[in-house]
Design a protein around this ligand. Sequence first.
Ligand SMILES: Nc1ncnc2c1ncn2[C@@H]1O[C@H](COP(=O)(O)OP(=O)(O)OP(=O)(O)O)[C@@H](O)[C@H]1O
Ligand SMILES: [Mg+2]
Length: 214
Amino acid sequence: MLEIKNVSKSFRRSDGTVKALDGISLEIKEGEFFAVQGKSGSGKTTLLLIAGTILAPDSGEILFNGKKLYSLPLNERTAFRAEKIGFVFQQFHLVPYLTVYENIMLPSLVLKNTDLRKHAMELVENFGLAHRVTHLPSELSIGERQRTAMARAMIHSPDILLADEPTGNLDSENAEIILSAMRKFVALEKHILMVTHSNEAAEKADRALHIRNV
Ligand SMILES: Nc1ncnc2c1ncn2[C@@H]1O[C@H](COP(=O)(O)OP(=O)(O)OP(=O)(O)O)[C@@H](O)[C@H]1O
Ligand SMILES: [Mg+2]
């Protein structure tokens, strides 16, 4: 189970403080696809970065199967992130000098697991990227970049998939392909937290929570 417990986060700047999250709590059980919806600026990306052990909260806890992730020593937290988490960034963050295939295989390098080649090719086929495997990110459409980012997040079959607006740039047919892949993925006793503006995407989740601007 992934638990987000009473998490708050503000960003301090020279001209003042921006409050992004104010005491949010939620629990995602094994096999559950959870959606968080909210307006632009409501703190969705901030929440996902915190859940992904990328951005420490000011207060509150993130627990996975009872383990407090921000209490782990840095090397253990880094290893946890590499192995257990798949992250689809809102801006994708594909490595610009690696091809589609190399970007998707990136987690396998970190985890020193080359057995993932077959899975990479399955994802490529499934997400309609077979004709683009040797392209660089700059040679892709935005939707192709988004599908590459989802394949990279799923390649190592992480326990937790964190997806930031993963269908934001897709037509309805491709959105459906991605969302049904997410449903299949979560059925393997995984956890998904997706943040989105889209009602159609949120409807595919088991539960949805709305957050308001604070
Ligand atoms: N590093 C930062 N420094 C200062 N303010 C920030 C920082 N990151 C985010 N914010 C502010 O925190 C608030 C929440 O940002 P966040 O990116 O989480 O929103 P969001 O819900 O993901 O929005 P969108 O739907 O547009 O992606 C916004 O008002 C944003 O301006
Ligand atoms: Mg965002």
